[in-house]
Design a protein around this ligand. Structure first.
Ligand SMILES: Nc1nc2c(ncn2[C@@H]2O[C@H](COP(=O)(O)OP(=O)(O)O)[C@@H](O)[C@H]2O)c(=O)[nH]1
Ligand SMILES: [Mg+2]
Length: 487
């Protein structure tokens, strides 16, 4: 297919800016680090901990530049892009440290600039500018929409919504859909109701019992600044894949808005934000999938494949008509590893590696170095051995969030408890075979995993120094993501 005129114009605009970026980074080396992951994966907490660790100097033995003392100073600088909200670092940190609460969830892109003053191995003083860009992973999963027609998308979405466990959650929306005639005159009220019920269905799939990941269009759950616009007010109709919508029909109206969604939401995101990233970390809440069950794990695997598709380079990919991706390092990180005893950290990494490697094999060439890590940006637990009869179980201790419950007890948010969250199998295949029980099909008592949510840890202050935040393997992530730029 020849490139569309629209795409050519976009490419020209983009190379103009790439040149600007390049000029700037020649005099002032800059790394744009993308931090993404599906909602609740841990982006906000990760970025807050990372900035705190760099500016205050955390305990980061594996992050060589900091550990060897070559980093003299890291400080926040005015944010570079006028149209992007600033990452609310100070507020998030205060919530974590002073109130021992997790930051409120966010639904939009945001950004923060950090300037790192360091000494090269040869002794010369240098600075590295680090731009951290936080954006919802849901937006990446919109990529496949770019080369699908409304009819194709509607067909696929409907087919997916008829599979278990989704079908049950889609009942109300399917009920309304059955009353709609695609050929009837366009109807704003019917369209709005349809979009609302479709969005409710997506949201129900996202619920922790089901923990589904693959739920495009991404903005329906993560609207950013587009909430309630027509570009977000449409839904699948039951229409033939190769059919043509009659003018003035409900079908035509849905199709038009679907195209608008691609034009004003999807393309600009990839062009204005994604195309400019140099490095990427993808945060993955695998524990939520274990909690829920095998369907959630498979869905997560499919979502990771979808995300990896965005990093494919070369000709003939959907993005190559828009721009040439320049990301050369991608780290997949399983977050919240502090919910597991350290004996299981490597196993969590193995699960993620297994899920990613399939996707990598499918995506042929990404042109980027890919690694995998299990981490906790903020470690909320300590380890303990719990004796149960003759057994000694490797457990974790922490303060469950108020309202969390286990074994019939509801926690008040002040009591510390030791729990045994369940062991991950030595062979990750055991999980992908579907041989475990989660909340989607079993009760909390009979599920194989039960991860309680804990409050952020209490911090010990010695003197007036601000305390460091405890973490797991955050330094390894940093070393992979920017270590080579601080040589
Ligand atoms: N124990 C623990 N919980 C975490 C950690 N990171 C995130 N969480 C939990 O996950 C939730 C979502 O994290 P957040 O950073 O807001 O996710 P985002 O939607 O990707 O920005 C938080 O409210 C915490 O409950 C971590 O390092 N350790
Ligand atoms: Mg967030």
């Amino acid at each position: 297919m020849p490139p569309l005129f629209k795409d050519i114009v976009e490419e020209a605009r983009l190379s103009g800016r790439a040149l600007l970026d390049y000029g700037e980074s020649f005099f002032n080396p800059t790394v744009r680090l993308g931090v993404t992951g599906l909602s609740r994966a841990g982006k906000t907490v990760f970025i807050t901990a990372l900035i705190h660790g760099l500016t205050r100097g955390g305990r980061f033995p594996v992050f060589e530049a900091l550990d060897s003392g070559r980093i003299a100073r890291a400080s926040l600088a005015p944010q570079p892009d006028d149209a992007v909200p600033r990452f609310d670092y100070e507020n998030h940190l205060r919530t974590l440290v002073e109130e021992r609460r997790w930051p409120n969830s966010t639904v939009d892109i945001s950004e923060l600039r950090l300037v790192i003053e360091y000494q090269r191995h040869n002794g010369a003083d240098r600075t590295l500018t680090l731009d951290i860009v936080d954006y919802p992973g849901e937006w990446l999963l919109d990529l496949p929409l770019l080369n699908r027609s409304y009819e194709q998308w509607a067909g696929e979405s409907l087919a997916l919504s008829r599979e278990a466990p989704r079908a049950h959650l889609a009942r109300e929306w399917h009920g309304q859909l059955a009353t709609l005639n695609p050929l009837a005159t366009e109807d704003e009220q019917a369209t709005r109701l349809s979009a609302k019920l479709f969005t409710d269905y997506l949201r129900a799939c996202r619920d922790e019992r089901f923990a589904m990941s693959l739920l495009p269009p991404g903005r329906f759950l993560m609207p950013g600044s587009f909430a309630t616009t027509p570009a977000l007010t449409f839904a699948p109709l039951n229409v033939p894949i190769d059919g043509v919508a009659p003018e003035g029909s409900l079908w035509a109206m849905m199709a038009r808005r679907y195209e608008a969604y691609k034009d004003v939401v999807v393309r600009p995101f990839f062009r204005d934000h994604f195309a400019r990233l140099d490095r990427q970390i993808v945060l993955v809440d695998a524990l939520a999938a274990f909690n829920s069950g095998p369907e959630a794990l498979h869905d997560l695997e499919a979502a990771m494949a979808g995300i990896l598709d965005c990093f494919r380079v070369g000709r003939g990919t959907i993005l190559s008509s828009l721009f040439r991706p320049r990301i050369d390092r991608i780290l997949f990180a399983a977050t919240k590893a502090d919910h597991l005893h350290h004996l299981s950290h490597d196993r969590l990494e193995a699960v993620l590696r297994r899920a990613v490697s399939r996707a990598v094999a499918r995506a042929e060439t990404t042109g980027a170095a890919i690694d995998v890590v299990a981490l906790a940006a903020v470690r909320a637990t300590r380890e303990a051995i719990v004796t149960r009869g003759r057994d000694k179980l490797p457990s974790i201790t922490g303060t469950p969030l108020p309202g969390e419950s286990a074994g019939g007890e509801i926690f008040d948010g002040n009591t510390e408890v030791a729990t045994f969250p369940g062991d991950l199998p030595a062979d990750p295949e055991a999980l992908f075979n579907g041989a475990f029980r989660g909340l989607s099909s079993a009760s909390a008592e009979t599920s194989d995993f039960r991860f309680l949510r804990f409050r952020p840890p209490p911090l010990e202050r010695d003197g007036k120094d601000e305390p460091a935040l405890p973490h797991i393997r955050l330094d390894r992530a940093l070393q992979f993501l920017i270590g080579d730029r601080l040589q």
